[in-house]
Write a protein that binds this ligand. Structure first.
Ligand code: SF4
Length: 307
């Protein structure tokens, strides 16, 4: 068995041979984040995937993220190092159910969170991430109904902040749903004066007690600017790795030490090495579906809201 240093060297060598770019989500294991060429949130990773000149994208995240990269870069080989890395939230919306739901709201614009399958994106008009949802939802035409799928929490947050009325799908992220107001109150008692940052996938009741609601990319930028030396972080624990690396003088307290997404912890260094060695597991999206799913993502990236 080879150690982590040799494994990292092997990955870098294979990545160079394959002209591969390794992308990792902020929730991935620290060792995987460290070997990646780029770490980020869903929006940052989408932008990077769209602009990448590499022949191969190794996507260390969950399946919908790798699928999004393939939708944007059909000519590239997109690899997901473990064959099944689902997102429970994405799996709460099926394309056939959304198609039925749309019939009840003819003429409505359909906005999907990026945490959706390609088949669901293909049913939608606009894709958003937690990093740009407020800006894009606020700018939608005023004379149209808006369906928001699948995260009822992010949808409710957008509705509250933008004043827009959204028809919400009943999905959520189980990891963020488990962050409760009682946890915020307890941490505030334990660390008086420490600001609380929360991800907008948390419930409205919990979000109401936060100092700021931010995507993971937004949190990473914000904590660098903050004067506080202790900051309470309400999202998946994987983000603490980069926060601690990038802010050596500051202390980051997880809102809950149980906030772990098991699907984001499936990929290990060995899987990344095998993925590059055997060029597996390839993500494919049928071309007709890919073209339909690309439209809402391109609209998001280009901020094109002409429907
Ligand atoms: S943290 Fe939640 S939204 Fe993110 S991949 Fe895991 S289940 Fe999906």
């Amino acid at each position: 068995m080879i150690g982590p240093v040799e494994l990292s060297a092997k990955i870098r060598r294979l990545a160079a041979e394959r002209n591969a770019l390794i992308l990792a989500h902020n929730y991935e294991l620290g060792e995987v984040q460290e070997i990646a060429d780029f770490c980020g949130d869903s929006l940052e990773l989408s932008v990077k995937a769209a602009a990448a000149e590499a022949d191969v994208l190794v996507f260390c995240g969950v399946r919908f993220m790798a699928e999004t990269a393939k939708i944007l870069s059909p000519g590239k080989t997109v690899l997901l190092p473990v064959p099944e890395a689902p997102c429970e939230m994405a799996d709460m919306a099926a394309a056939a159910d959304l198609a039925e739901f749309k019939k009840k709201h003819p003429g409505a614009l359909v906005v999907c969170y990026v945490n959706t399958t390609a088949a669901v994106k293909a049913e939608c008009d606009l894709c958003v991430t937690s990093g740009n949802a407020l800006e894009l939802v606020a700018a939608l035409p005023r004379d149209r109904e808006i369906i928001f799928v699948p995260d009822r929490n992010l949808g409710a947050y957008c509705a509250k902040k933008t004043g827009r009325k959204l028809i919400l799908w009943d999905g959520c992220c189980p990891v963020h749903q488990r962050l409760t107001p009682a946890m915020v109150e307890r941490r505030r008692r334990e660390f008086p004066g420490a600001p609380v940052l929360l991800h907008p996938e948390a419930s409205p009741e919990t979000l109401a007690l936060a100092d700021a609601a931010l995507s993971t990319g937004g949190m990473l930028r914000e904590v660098k600017k903050m004067d506080a030396d202790t900051i309470i972080v309400g999202t998946e624990l994987g983000i603490l790795h980069r926060m601690e690396l990038e802010n050596p003088g500051k202390r980051f307290i997880p809102l809950s030490s149980q906030a772990i997404c098991p699907h984001m912890k499936l990929i290990r260094l060995e899987d990344v090495a095998e993925s590059l060695e055997k060029m597996r597991y390839r993500i494919e999206v049928p071309e007709e579906l890919r073209r339909r799913a690309e439209l809402p993502i391109r609209r998001m990236l280009e901020k094109n809201l002409n429907f």
